[in-house]
Design a protein around this ligand. Structure first.
Ligand code: GLC
Ligand code: GLC
Length: 649
């Protein structure tokens, strides 16, 4: 091995010239110990990406200083948490974990107001709150906060960093983890780095992808996917001020960071550690699939994107090991899986399950769900899924075309059907969704809408259809029930828990009307929470339905928390002998077994009791109804949209 390529030698030399005198003795010891453990890996990753650059080692040395400063500013309470989490690293696989994602302004409206919402979170059983981006951002359209102007400043309309820290520790005291976004693929065009680039500073122009003319953008664009074709065609934006083309994967004011520049890696690491040190338990890696660009590819899920995320993970292990990464890769299922590793992202959204739950609800068929979950549900035991039904974004139909083909489903036509169905254009559809990002070149389209509206509540309330209302509530219970039981952290999207309908008011707002995702970014008001908590009584059918949803979810969450089988257990996807039904078996090392069977149709369905044999007991108990289910010969009957959580006796 050459001298320069030996990480041990490199670390010794870096440490010899790094001033640790600002650290307490204890911190200095911890820092050197953790470096000894994790630097070899960090070195490998860093030199893999940047080793060919003459100044790689200079930047690596600077990175170690950034890590040192990160540890120095970490509060004692968080250091204590680091040690606790290191002893219990799989906390996120616990049955106690239940998440909720919400916007501060739609729930607060300020950070300080959220203190009053803690009893609400607790009454539902929430143990992890993801606050959607709350950083300083451009006024007007800021992509819902995903265009960050300053990672170290809270958007003044929501509060201050001090308020955020105060909230983080108040939540922590109540056993609720704070999850924050790490929006690191891009900054807003108002970030100090972008402003310096706009002022002509070469150093900061190197933080982004800027091109003098269309030559190179044209070459890239041959193979790029358009993410928001409704706001701008292509992936580049011409900036008049500097007369350059800027790489903007998302909106034109979101400038992609240039990770081929090690200075960018270092600078963003420093921002990441700042967010970790606020007291977040997990960082949601926003749009992580896009961080590495490679000519001739779609510039998504590139190998070096993985290497960079692993390098960020090493940095966290050294400074803030209590913090885990959550992958937001809304891409092909095979690519989603590649981000999930203890050393990369310990948590990952499960977009495939999400999309296929909706698919089964529309088709009343479960074969695509079953086949796809058999192929893609299993992940490392050191990691966990974050299972969700709705979020602040659109629904993209990210299933695997090859799996669909095996079942004789034409993927293109089927996506078209799903879009038609959920936007209510398909005759007989129960859904009230809105099309999103229709691409005139390839006919691609995604769907927006709230849980309740997509499940049929909006239409049923409008037509005063009490059976329709009932069915809609059952559909919501069915989808969420699967996220509570299949294995992973269930993540509620705030406003779902009270069954809120689409909010169309964005169409009157100039800063929002071009982005239909606002239809499913809905305020949870004081009236909603008072109703949910039983402090007021329902005054109309909408409120009655809302209360049913809340109580139904709360009950299932409570059952989840009382049974260890919902935590660290394996999941085996089963073939139910009825194509309207979906079934899986959970098993843990204590010998507990749980069989979940779900009916996706509005008609009763039967299942042969042979499926119960997987439980290997004489009888079982449905945790949802507390009824005993015997192993006798007659087929098992499932009511419309019923699910059973059968625990072996
Ligand atoms: C993620 C966010 C989405 C945002 C995009 C760009 O996909 O969830 O809301 O538009 O990243 O930051
Ligand atoms: C995400 C996804 C895309 C999604 C968008 C946000 O990163 O890749 O499918 O729709 O950004 O809306």
């Amino acid at each position: 091995m050459s001298y320069a390529a030996d990480s041990g030698v490199c670390l010794d030399r870096i440490l010899a010239s790094t001033d640790l005198s600002g650290l307490s003795k204890k911190d200095a010891t911890t820092f050197t110990r953790r470096l000894k453990e994790h630097f070899p890996r960090l070195f490998d990753k860093y030199t893999y990406v940047y080793g060919h650059q003459y100044d790689c080692y200079f930047h690596l040395q600077k990175l170690v200083e950034i890590l040192r400063d990160g540890l120095k500013s970490r509060k004692p309470a968080l250091k204590k948490l680091d040690n606790e989490r290191l002893k219990n690293p799989l906390w996120y696989r616990d049955e106690q974990q239940v998440g909720m994602a919400c916007y501060v302004d739609l729930m607060g409206p300020t950070l300080n107001d959220l203190h009053d919402k803690i009893p609400y979170f607790k009454s539902l059983g929430v143990t992890y709150v993801h606050l959607m981006p709350l950083y300083d951002a451009p006024k007007g359209d800021s992509d819902g906060g995903y265009a960050v102007s300053d990672y170290r400043k809270v958007n003044p309309t929501l509060g201050t960093v001090k308020d955020l820290e105060k909230l983080a520790s108040a939540l922590q005291k109540e056993g609720i983890n704070l999850v924050l976004d790490f929006v690191f693929n891009h900054t807003s065009d108002e970030h100090a780095w972008a402003k310096a680039a706009l002022a002509g500073e070469k150093q900061f122009q190197g933080y982004y992808y800027l091109f003098d003319d269309r030559t190179i953008p044209d070459q890239y664009e041959h193979t790029l996917r358009e993410i928001f074709p409704q706001v701008r065609r292509g992936s580049f934006t011409f900036n008049e001020q500097i007369e350059k083309w800027v790489w903007t994967t998302f909106n034109s004011f979101q400038w992609d960071l240039n990770y081929s520049n090690p200075e960018v890696f270092n600078a963003i690491t420093s921002e990441m550690l700042f967010l970790a040190n606020i007291g977040s338990a997990a960082l949601r890696l926003d749009a992580l699939a896009f961080i590495w660009k490679e000519l001739g590819t779609n510039c998504e899920n590139q190998e070096k994107a993985h290497v960079l995320i692993q390098a960020f993970n090493c940095c966290l292990q050294i400074v803030a090991p209590a913090v885990v990464f959550k992958s937001e890769a809304i891409v092909h299922p095979d690519e989603v899986l590649k981000y999930i590793e203890k050393d990369e992202c310990q948590l990952s959204y499960n977009p495939l399950l999400m999309a296929l739950l909706w698919n089964s609800l529309a088709t009343r068929k479960t074969r695509l769900l079953t086949r796809s979950m058999k192929k893609s549900f299993s992940i490392s035991e050191n990691c966990t899924w974050v299972n969700y039904v709705r979020c602040h974004d659109d629904i993209g139909w990210t299933f695997d075309d090859a799996v669909a083909n095996e079942l004789g489903i034409n993927a293109f036509d089927h996506r078209h059907f799903l879009n038609q169905f959920y936007t209510g254009r398909f005759e007989g559809s129960f859904a009230n969704g809105v099309p999103f990002a229709e691409n005139p070149s390839n006919g691609d389209c995604r769907v927006c809408g709230s849980l309740a509206s997509l499940c049929g509540l909006e239409g049923a309330l409008k037509s005063n259809d009490s059976k329709g209302i009932d069915d809609a509530v059952k559909r919501m219970m069915l989808l969420y029930g699967i996220t509570f039981s299949i294995g992973g952290i269930p993540l509620l999207y705030s406003s779902d828990e009270v069954g809120k309908l689409n909010d169309y008011s964005y169409r009157l707002d100039d800063t929002k009307k071009h982005d239909d995702r606002w239809v499913n970014r809905i305020a949870v008001t004081r009236a909603d929470t008072e109703l949910a908590l039983g402090n007021t009584s329902p005054a109309n059918p909408t409120e009655t339905a809302s209360l049913h949803v809340f109580n139904g979810l709360r009950k299932m969450i409570a059952i989840r928390k009382q049974n260890a089988i919902f935590g660290q257990s394996s999941t085996q996807i089963l073939d139910a002998d009825n194509h309207h039904c979906f079934a899986f078996l959970r098993e843990n090392t204590q010998g507990h077994k749980l069989l979940v069977i779900c009916n996706f149709s509005e008609h009763p369905q039967t299942i042969q009791r042979s499926l119960l044999a997987t439980l290997k007991g004489a009888s079982s108990r449905d945790l949802l109804t507390d009824e005993t289910v015997e192993m006798n010969a007659s087929p098992l009957l499932l009511e419309p949209f019923q699910q059973m959580w059968l625990l072996a006796d």
